[in-house]
Each structure stands twice: as structure tokens, then as C-alpha cells.
Design a protein around this ligand. Structure first.
Ligand code: R5P
Length: 297
């Protein structure tokens, strides 16, 4: 295990180094920290292999002594890219901090059937080889931090989701399962008013979930659904199908993965607007999750 040589907030100049999927997040972080943002070039060869380059890596004046690599691992490609960025920065700085705005594979945090890997552990171990510490945002289960061989901190950015919400009179903040109720409470608290409740969810398969209605009255009320991730949108659309006569429905999530037809699925389910953060940079990204990370760093 590598040792963290400096605690957060202590030390000299840091360079922010963005992965291709986190360029907006990294720019916001650099601006908030008032530290330089490295220019990174991303290439792909004909055989599909990737190459990243930080052309001015060793020409910074004064030379940074720490690098903050910011990379959402939303795909296999971005995982490789992160390892390549680690290899570059470890040649020129003393300490590397890795910010994973979204940690891919975090939901595979156990071997669900015999013969399967604990994928979250596998990727965490690989990431640990090139960094002194990891900071991640709202991982599906905070326990995933224990898979890293270096110190890992999970930051809660759910409160940021209150910012883009419109003015609502008597909103109900609902989570689609009991596990996400804390997020709904955090968003409600940041918003300043409203009731909270949660559904019971049982996942049948990748594209099928069973949702049991909550106790709260939804009649003629504005509903804000809150979850950590919206991927296929099946969870949210199933929850929406259980609402009786709601007014407007808003979907908020920290990580707006929105794969395949998720956005259409939510629109046809009657969603007024979807708000996500920039941990996954998408068209529905409405607010940055960088401020709570800035406060930690
Ligand atoms: C799982 O429990 C998570 O909190 C989300 O509810 C889930 O990942 C959402 O996935 P999907 O949009 O595919 O239903």
C-alpha cells in the first residue's frame, strides 16, 4: 500500500489533469481550487487502442508537486485512460490524488453468482496502483471505498441537486428504494422544504424492477424523485407508474448515466425535467458536484 504523504489541504502547487469524460468537472474544480488545468490530448489508434498525452507535463513553472487526476470511469476506455494518466503524472510529481466523479463498476460490489468476480474490487485495485489516494462521489455503496489499496473518501454531492429545482409549494421528495432515502432527505434539506418518503424496490432483471408504492399522498403534488444513478431509467419509470394523480414530476440523480433510451423512457413516463450533476457529463447535467470535492481537497 502506498502512503499518503500529505493530508488534504496541505502542500504546494497541484495540477488538475482531466480524463476525457470529466473535462467539465475538472475545469470547475481547477477554477474553484485556483490551480492549473493540464491540457490533455486523447487519441485512438486504428486497432482501438488509446493514447493520452499531457504535452506540457514537465514544462510547468513552477513545477507542481502534486497531480489531481479527475476521471469518471464511465466505460472500459476511460478506465484504461485513467491508468495511462497515472503513468504519466507519476513520472513528474511526488503525489497523485485521483478524483473519480463516477466510479464505474461500483454496483458490482459482490459476486452475485458463483464464478463471478467482485468487479468493483478488481477495478479499485487497478486504480490503486497509480495513486496515493482516491476521492469518489456518492458511490452506490460507500463500502466500495474499502476495495482500494490506498485511502479512499466518499463525498456526498446530493445536496447540489436542490439548486436547479424550480420553486415548488408542497413538494414530495421520493426515493425509489429504501437505500436512497438519505439522498432524498439531503436534497430536501438543501431545498429547504417538503416531505420525504420512499418506495420499496425489488430488481427482477436489468430492465425489470418491482416497485411497491409509498405511504405519502401524491395527489396533485409536485414529485421530486431522487436516486444516486439513473441508468436505463427503468427504476424511475416504474416508480412513476405508482404515483397517483401527481402534478409535475422531476427526476434528480447524482450520476445521470442515462444509457440507451433512458431519456425517452422518462419523458414518455411524464417527467417534466431531469436534473443530474456533472459526475457524468450529459445533456441533463444541471449543476456541478465539484464544490463539495473542493471543500474536501
Ligand atoms: C440501484 O439500486 C441504484 O440505486 C439505481 O436505482 C439504479 O442503478 C438505477 O438503474 P436503472 O436506471 O437502470 O433502473
Amino acid at each position: 500500500m502506498r502512503e499518503t504523504r500529505l493530508p488534504p489541504g496541505v502542500g504546494g502547487l497541484r495540477m488538475i489533469v482531466p480524463g476525457s469524460a470529466s473535462q467539465g468537472f475538472a475545469a470547475t474544480l481547477a477554477a474553484e481550487l485556483d490551480e492549473p488545468l493540464a491540457v490533455v490530448e486523447y487519441e485512438e489508434f486504428a486497432d482501438g487502442e488509446q493514447l493520452v498525452r499531457v504535452p506540457d507535463a514537465d514544462r510547468q513553472t513552477p513545477a507542481p508537486d502534486r497531480a489531481i487526476v479527475v476521471a469518471a470511469t464511465v466505460s472500459a476506455e476511460t478506465h484504461i485512460e485513467l491508468l495511462q494518466l497515472h503513468d504519466i503524472v507519476n513520472q513528474w510529481v511526488d503525489e497523485v490524488i485521483t478524483v473519480l466523479p463516477y466510479m464505474g463498476y461500483a454496483r458490482q460490489d459482490q459476486a452475485f453468482r458463483s464464478g463471478e468476480p467482485v468487479s468493483a474490487r478488481a477495478v479499485a485495485r487497478a486504480v490503486s496502483t497509480g495513486t496515493d489516494q482516491v476521492v469518489t462521489i456518492n458511490p452506490h455503496e460507500p463500502a466500495v471505498c474499502g476495495f482500494f489499496d490506498v485511502p479512499c473518501t466518499a463525498i456526498d454531492a446530493a445536496g447540489q441537486l436542490a439548486e436547479p429545482l424550480p420553486q415548488l409549494t408542497d413538494p414530495l421528495f421520493l426515493s425509489p428504494d429504501a437505500g436512497a432515502i438519505d439522498l432524498a432527505v439531503t436534497v430536501r434539506d438543501a431545498y429547504g422544504r417538503g416531505e420525504t418518503d420512499f418506495f420499496e424496490k425489488q430488481r427482477i432483471s436489468d430492465d425489470e424492477v418491482e416497485i411497491t408504492p409509498s405511504d405519502a399522498t401524491t395527489d396533485a403534488r409536485d414529485i421530486i424523485l431522487v436516486d444516486d444513478i439513473v441508468a436505463t431509467g427503468v427504476t424511475m419509470s416504474s416508480a412513476i407508474s405508482q404515483l397517483t394523480s401527481p402534478a409535475d414530476i422531476y427526476v434528480t440523480c447524482v450520476h445521470p448515466l442515462l444509457v440507451a433510451g433512458a431519456r425517452t423512457r422518462l419523458t414518455t413516463a411524464g417527467v417534466e425535467a431531469i436534473y443530474g450533476t456533472d459526475t457524468v457529463e450529459r445533456a441533463v447535467t444541471a449543476v456541478s458536484a465539484a464544490p463539495p470535492v473542493t471543500s474536501y481537497l
